[in-house]
Design a protein around this ligand. Structure first.
Ligand SMILES: NC(=O)c1ccc[n+]([C@@H]2O[C@H](COP(=O)([O-])OP(=O)(O)OC[C@H]3O[C@@H](n4cnc5c(N)ncnc54)[C@H](OP(=O)(O)O)[C@@H]3O)[C@@H](O)[C@H]2O)c1
Length: 283
């Protein structure tokens, strides 16, 4: 049993059909929590529910598109009618579109990223808040280091995650009198479907990661990331940076120009080269 225990607590997890959200659901179920699992892919949620129930947990399967406000309201309403209370909301659902900003054909992908990563969290939080105030509960947001220091080739993603930080930081202060905590965790590189699901400028998932070295033995697993995130929420911490997060944030403070140079070398130049190669292959 994990040290952070959410026994008997009712938890909504968005983006539970895969990756970090899936791992959190499994861990919470093992800890004796009652979980409402939300994402778009119902069949993945059913499989997860079976695994959680095998650990003795009560589970609500709630197919939800968090970009749709009415579906987020339904998620909260169904959780309340099933379990009668709410102790934690995990805003984890997320995706990335990855291209140069001026290569997008229009702003649809930008808006879609904002709808899921930022408004998905805003929608769910809005409807969950009355119940979280009653339980003096917790909000856990899964952001990214891309919400602390910008990553070129990822303008929609960074805009959505920076927005998520602003939303959570302001909300934390507003909720202080109600004893509801707001924790933001910023993973770095986690081995999940996230990277293959990244959309290119045409809205097409870029597919399986390139090369066997894409994930190394040092890449964080979804399980480890989930464990850190749940611990942080349990301890009601405000923000947790993973991987090189602290270094990046310090560099941004003391040498922002150098950090830009580094990010161009690490992210922009290789991404632009890969896009050129893919284009050449298509022609
Ligand atoms: N993996 C990393 O390296 C990394 C690094 C930093 C931050 N993060 C953040 O961690 C969070 C989880 O990502 P992950 O790595 O676990 O990725 P993942 O394996 O691709 O999982 C993403 C989850 O989000 C759900 N989702 C996507 N669009 C949705 C929508 N419109 N409505 C409801 N659910 C939706 C997906 O489910 P459906 O497709 O079934 O809807 C899936 O369950 C994201 O917020 C991401 O930004 C990840």
């Amino acid at each position: 049993m994990e040290s952070a225990t959410f026994r008997d607590q009712v938890v909504i997890i968005t983006g539970a059909s895969a990756g970090i959200g899936h791992a959190m659901a499994v861990q919470l179920a093992r800890q004796g929590a009652r979980v409402a699992i939300a994402a778009r892919r119902a069949e993945c949620l059913e499989e997860l529910a079976a695994a959680c129930r095998a650990s003795g947990a009560e589970v609500l399967v709630a197919p939800t598109d968090v970009g749709e406000e009415s579906q987020c309201k339904a998620l909260v309403d169904n959780t309340l009618s099933t379990f009668g209370r709410l102790d934690m909301l995990v805003n984890n659902a997320g995706l990335a579109a990855s291209a140069l900003f001026d290569d997008y054909h229009n702003l649809d992908l930008f808006r879609h990223t904002m709808d899921v990563n930022l408004f998905g969290a805003v929608n769910c939080t809005y409807y969950a808040l009355p119940y979280l105030k009653q339980s003096k509960g917790r909000i856990l947001a899964v952001s990214s280091l891309g919400g602390k220091t910008a990553i070129p080739y990822n303008t929609p993603y960074c805009a959505s995650k920076y927005g998520l930080h602003g939303f959570c930081d302001a909300l934390r202060m507003e909720l202080k009198p109600h004893e509801v905590s707001v924790t933001v965790v910023c993973p770095w590189w986690v081995a999940t479907e996230f990277h293959a699901a990244q959309l290119n400028k045409d809205g097409v998932p870029r597919g399986a990661p390139r090369g066997k070295d894409y994930y190394t033995s040092k890449t964080m697993t979804a399980d480890r990331c989930a464990e850190i995130a749940l611990q942080a929420a349990y301890k009601r911490r405000r923000e947790v940076l993973m991987g090189p997060g602290l270094l990046a944030v310090w560099l941004k403070l003391i040498a922002p120009g150098f950090l830009d140079w580094l990010s161009i070398k690490i992210f922009l130049e290789p991404a632009a080269r890969r896009a050129r190669e893919a284009q050449a292959k298509r022609e």
